[in-house]
Design a protein around this ligand. Structure first.
Ligand SMILES: [Zn+2]
Length: 91
């Protein structure tokens, strides 16, 4: 299967990065040099990007994970929810 990569600044550290659209609901899988890979829902991204600040602690957390892990960021009940999940589940 052909995977399309799109250019966009990372929602956590604002550095240029790439993402692919994830088929499971409305999520994007980002690849960032600093934050490695991270999974974020459309809703959570709007919440993070709209604030126009760097999300250093989330960036550090995501960047510290192993290649088998991924930070999954969603927005539920008016709060950002960040869970470390098995990367292979999302591939
Ligand atoms: Zn980043």
């Amino acid at each position: 299967m052909m995977i399309s990569l799109y250019q966009e600044n990372c929602p956590l550290c604002s550095e240029p990065s790439e993402y692919e659209q994830c088929d499971r609901k409305k999520r994007q899988l980002f690849y960032c040099k600093k934050c490695k890979q991270l999974l974020i829902t459309d809703r959570a991204k709007r919440e993070l990007v709209g604030k126009n600040i760097r999300h250093q602690s989330l960036s550090d957390l995501s960047g510290s994970l192993t290649s088998n892990e991924i930070l999954h960021i969603s927005f539920e009940e008016r709060e950002l929810k960040c869970v470390v999940e098995d990367y292979t589940f999302w591939r």
